[in-house]
Write a new protein. Structure first.
Length: 291
């Protein structure tokens, strides 16, 4: 197995984005932690990054093991290491188990709550969300739960006893709601490929007005949710202004999908989602640092 195969097995770009989200939330947690005077514990940050990478990589590994037969049917996944024959299921399973054990151990060393949340995220993503993708569009809702856990895990990891407060819930909430227009935009773009494997991820099961309405409605809900840091006094006017602008641009892209209902519009919404989350999270962090 070479690095290219390993990168595809753990879905490196997705894993990187997940770890990035958790690491930013950890820094926010450190600044909010009065017990340590708002000082960033860089040692624990490194532990979180490594542990988060291993746990996320393991979850993606289990996902590919379960979907190996379906990956063969889709153009974008048929060259993954298992369906391409570059790796056996047994090899991938051992690698996934080792990564999950190592990741949970590292995250659990920060505090018990972080360790337990990481276990839940792996199990829920691999064994609840993954099989549901072929059964019902409700899979997107189910998948949004472990998908929103990284910022919660990152924030909780900044506290010795795993504190879950309003800031933690807000970070979770923003990423939770963001995932719906994000996933539905991806599902719209890749619908033809997904159907080859029997995946049902669009709300109505097809590219139509109904699916576009769901994407638009979720982007609309994201507007007030993104303002929660400012509304509850944890973020200043700058983070509120940037979040509002980003949310309105995101909403506009969702509106264009609703009006045009075509793949180019969905692709713009998809790419917009890639920029939206890190910008909003980084602004929240910079606002905390500036206090």
């Amino acid at each position: 197995m070479n690095w290219k195969d390993f990168s595809k097995l753990i879905k490196f770009r997705l894993t990187f984005l997940v770890v990035f989200s958790a690491s930013i939330s950890f820094l926010i947690g450190c600044k909010a932690n009065k017990e340590i005077g708002g000082v960033i514990n860089w040692k624990n940050w490194v532990i979180l990054v490594i542990g988060g990478f291993l746990v996320t990589g393991a979850a993606n590994c289990f996902n590919e093991i379960i979907e190996k037969d379906y990956d063969k049917l889709m153009k974008r996944t048929k060259d993954r290491p298992i369906p391409a024959g570059h790796m056996t299921t047994g090899q991938a399973l051992i690698l996934g188990l080792l990564m999950s054990l190592g990741g949970v151990f590292l995250l659990g060393s920060l505090n018990l709550v972080t360790g337990l949340l990481s276990i839940f995220s792996v199990l829920f993503y691999a064994f609840a969300y993954t099989p549901l993708k072929r059964i019902s569009p409700i899979a997107v809702f189910v998948g949004a739960i472990p998908g929103a856990l990284p910022p919660l895990i990152g924030y909780v990891a900044a506290f010795a006893h795993g504190k879950i407060d309003e800031i933690a819930v807000i970070l979770f909430g923003i990423q939770f709601v963001w995932q719906f227009p994000h996933f539905w935009a991806i599902a719209w773009v890749l619908d033809d490929d997904y159907k080859l494997a029997g995946f049902r991820l669009l709300p109505t099961g097809k590219r139509d007005a109904g699916s576009a309405i769901f994407a638009f409605a979720s982007a609309l809900i994201l507007v007030p949710v993104s303002l929660l840091p400012t509304i509850y006094g944890y973020g200043g006017y700058w983070v509120g202004a940037v979040s509002l602008i980003c949310s309105l641009v995101f909403l506009y892209l969702a509106l264009m999908l609703l009006i045009k209902r075509d793949i180019p519009s969905a692709r713009k919404l998809m790419f917009g989602s890639f920029f939206y989350l890190p910008v909003v999270q980084l602004m929240f962090l910079f606002d905390f640092i500036g206090k």
